[in-house]
Design a protein around this ligand. Sequence first.
Ligand code: GAL
Length: 419
Amino acid sequence: MNTLRHLTLAVSLSCATLTSPLAHAGEVEVLHWWTSGGEARAVDTLKQMMQKQGDSWKDFAVAGGAGEAAMTVLKTRAVSGNPPSAAQLKGPDIQEWAEMGFLDDLNDIAEAGGWNDFLPTRVAETMQYDGDYVAVPAGIHRINWLWINPEVFKKAGATPPTNLDEFFAVADKLKAAGVVPIAHGGQNWQDGTIFETLVMAIMGPEGYDKVFVQNDEDAIRSEEMVKVFETFKRIKGYVDPNAAGRDWNLATAMVIEGKAGMQIMGDWAKAEFAAAGKKPGVDYQCVVFPGTESDFIYNIDSLTIFKIKNEANQKAQENLVRTVIDKPFQEVFNLNKGSIPVRTDIALDKFDDCAKQSSRDFQAADKAGRAEPSMAHSMANTSYIQGAIFDVVTNFFNDASADPKKATEQLVAAIQAAQ
Ligand code: GAL
């Protein structure tokens, strides 16, 4: 090879290096709480996509379902002037962090990517502060599901319940068959997950909205709310004595292993079944929680970008945002996470029947005014109000002599004090 050709080759090689993503390689440090088997598989898809583009991934995982521990750590890091470059944030917390000036505006990326064309309005609005995009949505979870082990049901002579009476009749059958009827972990957000599902079943979407979104005093101080607490107390009778402090995925494992018959949990539970090699409709069933068939309690996962100075890392942040909203990630992440894509322009061929139903039900509920944000998953109020509700709900659940009427009054008082 002559010298000129050598030179040309060298120049073109270095140009190739310059234009490859590696040339811009930066690092993203991502705070999240996706640490269970299924969740870890899902977040790993993002890590891999980022690495393929040449950016490095610094995992900042803080264990603890629903993210309470992660939020505490985030506050400490932010207050000390050293926030991670990206963090999982949800619902009104997004607006709070934006208002404090921590979050980068994502409008340029959103505009270039045409986000408004494919995001449902409800999702788009949740991602915005003052009309500006400040979060990128990853997927939509549904809370009001019941996860069933069909084998256990068969042995107990039970069939999936379609109303609350049937639900308790099934629970009795499971108890008689010697299994734990309801797999549960006694943590405030898990108690809250069951509680809000009962509010939906008993008070309907309008009542749910009044209680959790509007914090309407009359709706909280109502006969229906007393009934919610009474029903919640009945549930306790079907939970095993070792539930205190148990992580949600260990509760799911009880259903997977046939030690328990059912679990009330959002569809991240599906990711645990999938990670254990179980097939929907065969090894487990997803059934909409009885009495909430037309309703959808939603929980949108999203990532926010914190303002940082390093330019290479800023590029990596932008790459992260674009990757999360792009079709390939939306598909593979949600397939692994148990949720559904946020985009309306993604075919669901590869998704299972639970996801397809979730997608259909979300659209129908959204149109009919029956889609409501999850209180237990930080979609409905600030963490102060959520914390106040959790306190009343969890204390009630753990106190055998607690009175439903008194709890209703306590809920009114706690929410007022937190406002
Ligand atoms: C939710 C989160 C889900 C799931 C769940 C359990 O708050 O949105 O993605 O991870 O917590 O950790």
